[in-house]
Design a protein around this ligand. Structure first.
Ligand code: GNR
Ligand code: NI
Length: 167
């Protein structure tokens, strides 16, 4: 099992826009498996390739209690979004900080699966929130972009200090 390193805010590489995947091959499937291993080990409920410094449109999520419902999405797109749900969001790239964020509660999305086929699905609640949080990563966006700049700057300062202590 190969674990991947997760970039942390305010690393500029987290601001990269991911490129579409043109070919679902063994290499990208193996990266997705490594991302799932990394996500479960963290532990987290989602991981975007941006966070492991791979700038392709790939994300993995598993919001199940028993961690037995892995979802791998290539080139995800939101087709419809409705409602609003406030969740206390966290992020493996912003470790230790949680802030309320409001997002659409119900989504319909389209993505390419491991088999290379486009599929369409509905998601709601935490799964919908998580998919949107991961899709933001692929656009170089973080949940701290939704909170006040004062709070964001404080988190930035605290994380930089922590990162220096670790280095
Ligand atoms: O593990 C995670 N938990 C979480 C909780 C609320 C809203 C979003 C998330 S995603 C996060 C893992 C992560 O950083 N994915 O990018
Ligand atoms: Ni995140």
């Amino acid at each position: 099992m190969a674990l991947l390193d997760i970039l942390e805010f305010p690393d500029a590489r987290l601001r990269t826009t991911a490129k579409p995947i043109t070919n679902v091959d063994g290499k990208i499937a193996s990266l997705a498996e490594q991302m799932l291993d990394t996500m479960y080990q963290a532990p987290g409920i989602g991981l975007a390739s941006t966070q492991v410094n791979v700038h392709l449109q790939l994300l993995v999520v598993d919001v199940s209690e028993d961690k037995d419902d892995p979802n791998i999405l290539f080139n995800p797109r939101i087709i419809n979004a409705e409602g609003a749900l406030e969740t206390s969001e966290g992020c493996l790239s912003v470790p230790g900080f949680y802030e309320p964020v409001t997002r659409p509660e119900n989504i319909t999305y389209e993505a390419v699966g491991l088999d290379g086929e486009v599929f369409q699905k509905d998601a709601s609640g935490l799964l919908a929130v998580c998919i949107q949080h991961e899709m933001d990563h692929l656009d170089g966006k973080l949940f701290v972009d939704y909170i006040s700049s004062t709070k964001r700057q404080l988190i930035r300062k605290k994380l930089l200090k922590q990162q220096k202590l670790r280095a």
